[in-house]
Design a protein. Structure first.
Length: 474
C-alpha cells in the first residue's frame, strides 16, 4: 500500500511536493446559490487552492464550480497567544470577495504554533484543544456566512500531519472543543471531520469508539493516492474482505462504518485527483516499480468516472479536485503550471454544466459465474460423489472453494487469475458423512475478491438391503 503524504501549503507560497496518493449543506440559502448543479443527488464538484494569495480566479470562473477549499494555518493566524494577525484575516477577506458569487468556501484549519505546543514541528497536535477552539471560533465569528464549512485539521490519521498519529482519542478531544466553538459563532457552518488519508474507515471506527459521534456534521476523505494509476472503478480488498482504504470506492466502507454506528451523516471528498506524469514512482510500497501517474487523457477519463461513481451514492455530497493548478511537483491539477488547461479541465467543466453523462457500471461487485456439471441438485447417492465445477469471470478467478455443511472439502486456486477455473473431484469423503440431507456449497472468488455462491442439496442414501437367496426345497 502506498504511503500517504500531504503538505498544507501556506497562502504566501507555492505548495511543496505532496502525495497523489461530505454534513448537511449550510442552509437553504447556500443551496439556492448553487446555480450550476449536476443532477439531483450527485456530488457537488469543486476545486482546492492553496490559500488566499493563489486564487486562480479566472480558472475558477471558467470551470464553473461553486465550491472552493483553501487552507488556514493556525501559526499564521495567531502567531502569539491571543494576538490575531490582521493582515492574514484581511487577505482571506479579500479572497472571499473575489470569488464568484454563490461560491461555497471550505476552510481547512491546520497546524499548531510553537507557543501552543512548545515544539518546532507545526504538525504537532494542540496541547490544549481549547486553544484551537478559541481560534477557530474567532474565524467563524469573523467570516460568518461567507464560509460554509470548517474542516478540522488535515489527514490527522497520518503521522506526517499529526505527530503521533493515528490517535483517534486525541483527535476526538479536538473535535469536542472545536465543534461547539464553530456552532456558537456560526450555527449554519458545517463542521467536517478532517479529510482522512484515503478512505480510512478504521480511523472512523476509532473516532466513534472514543466518543466522537455528534461532534461533526460530515466526514472528510481524500482519494488522491500516491502513485495511483487505477481507475475509480478498480479496487482491492483486504484480508477482512473490505475494500482497502486506498481504493477510490472505499468511501462506501466509510459510509457503512458510519451507518453501523447509527450515524447517517454525509461524506465530503475534500481531495480527489490523479497525477499526470510518466515519471517513476518515488514513494511508498511501489517506489521504483511503477509509474507515478497517468496520461492527461486518462486523468480526464478518471475524473468523469469518479463523479459517475459518486452520482450513485448521494451520501457523498461534495467532491473537490485537488488542486486546480499544478504546483511544483504536485502535477495533479486541472491546469498546467504554465496556465494552459488539461483535458481534465474540460471534463470538469462539462460535468458542472451537464452532470453525469456515463451509464456504465461503476466497479464490478459481481462474483464469478458458477456452473456445476455434477452432482445434480437433490441427487441421492451412495458411495463416492463425483464433483465437477466451473467458475468464470472477466476479472479473473482467484479461487473455487468446496464445502459441505459449511466445512471445507477442498480449494482450487488460480494463481494467474484465469478467466475460467475448474475443479474436479471424485469425493471419497462423501461415503463417510452421515446419511440424509447435506448442503454442498460452491464458493468462487474473483481477482478483486468478489464472491459468489451456489448451494446444492445432496442426499446420502443408505445402502440397499441385501436380499437373501431362498433355498430350493426338494
Amino acid at each position: 500500500m502506498a504511503i500517504k503524504h500531504f503538505t498544507a501549503g501556506r497562502p504566501s507560497a507555492a505548495w511543496p511536493a505532496r502525495r497523489l496518493p461530505v454534513c448537511l449543506l449550510a442552509g437553504l440559502a447556500t443551496l439556492a446559490a448553487m446555480t450550476a448543479a449536476p443532477s439531483a443527488g450527485a456530488a457537488e464538484p469543486g476545486v482546492a487552492i492553496p490559500g488566499p494569495n493563489a486564487l486562480h480566479i479566472a480558472d475558477i470562473k471558467a470551470v464553473g464550480t461553486h465550491w472552493v477549499r483553501m487552507f488556514v494555518t493556525w501559526p499564521d493566524i495567531e502567531p502569539a497567544r491571543g494576538a490575531y494577525s490582521a493582515s492574514w484575516l484581511t487577505s482571506y477577506d479579500q479572497a472571499l470577495s473575489q470569488l464568484p458569487p454563490g461560491t461555497n468556501v471550505i476552510l481547512d484549519v491546520v497546524d499548531s504554533p510553537q507557543w501552543e505546543t512548545g515544539a518546532a514541528n507545526e504538525h504537532s497536535p494542540p496541547a490544549n484543544p481549547q486553544d484551537y477552539a478559541h481560534m477557530i471560533g474567532m474565524l467563524a465569528q469573523h467570516f460568518g456566512s461567507r464560509v460554509a464549512a470548517y474542516e478540522i485539521w488535515n489527514e490527522e490519521d497520518a503521522s506526517a500531519w499529526w505527530t503521533g498519529a493515528p490517535d483517534p482519542g486525541a483527535y476526538v478531544r479536538l473535535l469536542k472543543a472545536a465543534y461547539p466553538a464553530v456552532k456558537a459563532a456560526e450555527p449554519s457552518a458545517t463542521v467536517v471531520l478532517g479529510g482522512l488519508t484515503g478512505n480510512d474507515f478504521q480511523f472512523v471506527e476509532g473516532v466513534y469508539a472514543a466518543g466522537g459521534k455528534g461532534f461533526f456534521d460530515a466526514v472528510g476523505v481524500h482519494t488522491d493516492t500516491a502513485c495511483n494509476k487505477l481507475s475509480p472503478y478498480d479496487f482491492l480488498r483486504g484480508s477482512d474482505n473490505r475494500l482497502i482504504t486506498d481504493s477510490f470506492l472505499a468511501y462506501r466502507e466509510v459510509h457503512s462504518t458510519m451507518i453501523a454506528h447509527g450515524d447517517d451523516k454525509p461524506i465530503w471528498m475534500t481531495e480527489m485527483s490523479w497525477r499526470t506524469t510518466s515519471a517513476t514512482c518515488n514513494e511508498g510500497a511501489w517506489a521504483g516499480q511503477t509509474a507515478a501517474g497517468v496520461s492527461e487523457e486518462t486523468q480526464a477519463s478518471y475524473l468523469r468516472q469518479a463523479y459517475h461513481c459518486l452520482a450513485q451514492n448521494p451520501y457523498v455530497q461534495v467532491a473537490l479536485w485537488f488542486p486546480i493548478h499544478d504546483e511544483g511537483s504536485t502535477v495533479s491539477g486541472l491546469v498546467r503550471a504554465d496556465g494552459s488547461r488539461k483535458p481534465s479541465f474540460t471534463a470538469m467543466r462539462d460535468y458542472v454544466k451537464n452532470g453525469d453523462q456515463l451509464s456504465e457500471p461503476c466497479g464490478n461487485f459481481t462474483g464469478p459465474k458458477i456452473t456445476v456439471g455434477s452432482p445434480f441438485d437433490h441427487i441421492k447417492y451412495r458411495g463416492p460423489l463425483p464433483i465437477h465445477v466451473l467458475a468464470k469471470s472477466s476479472q479473473g478467478v482467484f479461487r473455487i472453494r468446496l464445502e459441505v455443511d459449511g466445512h471445507l472439502i477442498r480449494n482450487y486456486d488460480g494463481s494467474n487469475y484465469p478467466d475460467t477455473l475448474s475443479g474436479v473431484l471424485h469425493w471419497q469423503g462423501a461415503k463417510h458423512i452421515s446419511f440424509g440431507r447435506h448442503v454442498l456449497s460452491f464458493i468462487a472468488y474473483d481477482k478483486e475478491r468478489n464472491v459468489s455462491r451456489l448451494n446444492l442439496a445432496v442426499y446420502h442414501a443408505r445402502p440397499k438391503p441385501k436380499h437373501r437367496r431362498r433355498r430350493a426345497h426338494h
